[in-house]
Design a protein around this ligand. Structure first.
Ligand code: ADP
Ligand code: MG
Length: 249
């Protein structure tokens, strides 16, 4: 059997503005991402990459079309269920790290526990997440005292707090120097390879897209090309690929 994709987008449409100012930002976008894939989304500024990522992450709503994550249809989820799915199954990493400077590093990483309700063990889990990005010792610092690369690693630790199966990253290396960016990309690759985290990364940088198994190019709100090793997923119900090569004389 071909596994159901962990992310399934069908015919998504999105516009902003009203009347003459109305602008179509996504036009019938369809995309499947298999569990364990690392996919880059590339395209010019304003082409709709962030909008697509935000819709997949449940941060923004499509005007039309379908979004399934982990087999769950966003249109069928109420706000509470969507929040839970987003908080527990999906991690977000942004170009601007979005850390809160009135909190310590460890408190920033533990933030998802507030939305999940209940703080039991949150600090220990946050320290564990910080350990995964090599910053356990900096838990008591304020984000403002960290370098850009350290800030992004704190943001990644926060994204990993609930051990999500999916990580959505919007220009994650956009504010980093090239060496730090390389470290972050290497960390993403190890998360993907060693832990099977499904990665969807919006990026301008070739170095980042080269690390992905598949590159999806978007222009003017449409997917215009896909390149990479990954095979096209057949439509549901299609015959599965045989992996055994038994003789059929
Ligand atoms: P990208 O990430 O590829 O640069 P975006 O998805 O951010 O592109 O934006 C695509 C288009 O949608 C842009 O023209 C942008 O100005 C517009 N847009 C994005 N978000 C909003 C919004 N909240 N309100 C109005 N227009 C928006
Ligand atoms: Mg963007």
């Amino acid at each position: 059997m071909v596994a159901e994709p962990i992310i399934r987008v069908r015919g998504v449409e999105k516009s902003y503005g009203e009347g003459k100012a109305r602008q179509s930002v996504l036009r019938s976008v369809s995309l499947d991402v298999a569990a364990g894939e690392m996919v880059a989304i590339v395209g010019q500024s304003g082409s709709g990459k962030s909008t697509l990522l935000n819709i997949i992450g449940g941060l923004d709503l499509a005007d039309a079309g379908e979004v399934f994550v982990e087999g769950r249809d966003y249109a069928q989820l109420d706000d509470a269920a969507l929040s839970r799915l987003r908080n527990e199954q999906i991690g977000f990493v942004f170009q601007q790290f979005h850390l809160l400077d009135h909190l310590t590093v460890v408190e920033n990483v533990a933030l998802p526990s507030f939305f999940a309700g209940g703080r039991g063990g949150a600090e220990a889990r946050a320290l564990e997440a910080l350990g995964r990005v090599g910053l356990r010792e900096l838990g008591d610092r304020r984000p403002s005292s960290l370098s850009g690369g350290q800030k992004q690693r704190v943001a990644i630790a926060r994204a990993l707090f609930h051990r999500p199966r999916i990580l959505l990253c919007d220009e994650p290396t956009g504010n980093l120097d090239s060496e730090t960016g390389r470290d972050v990309v290497g960390f993403f690759q190890s998360l993907n390879r060693d832990e099977g985290v499904t990665m969807l990364i919006v990026t301008h940088e070739e170095r980042v897209s080269q690390a992905a198994q598949r590159v999806v190019r978007i222009a003017d709100g449409k997917i215009v090309a896909q390149e990479g090793r990954s095979v096209e997923l057949p439509p549901s119900g299609a015959a599965s690929v045989r992996t055994d090569e038994g003789p059929t004389p």
